[in-house]
Ligand binder design. Structure first.
Ligand code: ADP
Ligand code: MG
Length: 308
């Protein structure tokens, strides 16, 4: 190959590391990140593998964007201020056109999630993308899954089911008559938004939080279990986008909203007196007990059409 590993890193992966908190970025044996006194570091990692996670028509730019945002979403769910990320990349071949497109998505996600790329590793092998993200919160002020208490309001950001609908469209399992609706839903799958700013604002407000990666039912069950409470969801309150309502048959909407994953919205609980943040919806409440119910029916896996 004409390009050496050094050239490749220099050409594609440097120049995304500028930040007040990055004392040393790409180029040495390790990066140096400044951690404010009285703050703790949050670390989380996510891997995507060709075949398992990528669709045939998911381009390199979307692969990169999505990999960063899904990892960043875990920081949002912790209430963390984003600080830096590292990228471990395994590539089958040195294809500069592919790498350029990949870096377009990488750069966009780095800016959107406020995560400078401070290092990584590049190897040859099957296509595997691992993004490790770092964030910070004041000591003892991280947002955990475990703080929900009976009487709290159960809330969610954004709209639900969009990404699952987008995935069904991408796979050709579903058709949409309106091109703009289809584009919106596909983008919700291919280009998710980590709710970083919302997570930071919830740090002092919410009692518990989790990001919705596996679907509302699966992830609300994690929150209920960790908090030792029961969650009651009212299906009429579940937020749906206009595009989703137009494209998905009304009889199937609840299946998508409860079981569909990949939305990367935040599910959180608020004390009764707290105001609902903008762009969020109250979908139910926290009571004593265990498990998740929808309209008084225990959900278990009953609405889980997606096999999570
Ligand atoms: P070392 O042999 O010390 O691990 P490398 O040659 O692997 O160093 O990497 C050189 C520099 O380039 C390091 O700062 C490393 O973090 C960075 N780097 C390597 N691959 C990537 C990548 N995919 N994205 C960002 N930085 C990378
Ligand atoms: Mg290395």
């Amino acid at each position: 190959m004409a390009l050496t590993e050094f050239d490749l890193i220099h050409q594609f992966f440097s120049g995304m590391d500028a930040s007040d908190h990055v004392l040393l970025g790409v180029g040495d044996d390790a990066a140096i990140i400044d951690i404010t006194d009285g703050w703790v570091l949050q670390v989380s990692t996510d891997t995507v593998t060709e075949g398992v996670h990528f669709l045939p028509d998911c381009g390199p730019s979307d692969i990169a964007y999505r990999a960063v945002m899904t990892a960043a979403s875990d920081l949002a769910a912790m209430g963390a201020a984003p600080r830096a990320m590292v990228l471990a990349l395994s590539l089958p071949e040195l294809d500069t056109t592919w790498l350029e497109a990949f870096c377009t998505g990488l750069r966009a996600a780095s800016a959107d999630a406020r995560l400078p790329l401070v290092g990584g590793d590049t190897t040859r092998g099957p296509l595997v993308v691992t993004v490790t993200v770092m964030g910070a919160t004041p000591t003892d002020h991280s947002l955990l899954r475990s703080g929900a208490a009976p009487g709290d309001r159960l809330c969610v950001s954004g709209t639900l089911g969009d990404a699952a609908a987008g995935l069904a469209l991408l796979r050709g399992d579903l058709a949409a008559s309106n091109a703009a609706d289809a584009a919106f839903l596909k983008a919700r799958f291919l280009r998710p938004t980590a709710r970083i700013a919302l997570g930071e604002s919830l740090r002092e407000l919410a009692t518990a939080a989790i990001d919705i990666s596996d679907g509302l039912l699966a992830d609300s069950t994690h929150l209920a279990t960790k908090s030792g409470v029961a969650l009651q969801i009212d299906h009429r309150l579940l937020p749906r986008s206009t595009a989703f309502s137009a494209v998905i048959d009304p009889a199937q909407q609840l299946g998508y909203v409860l079981g569909g994953g990949d939305d990367y919205e935040l599910l959180f609980t608020l004390p009764h007196s707290a105001d609902l943040p903008e762009g969020c919806t109250e979908i139910g409440r926290v009571v004593a007990g265990s498990g998740v119910s929808c309209d008084g029916m225990p959900t278990l896996r009953g609405y889980d059409h997606f096999g999570h």
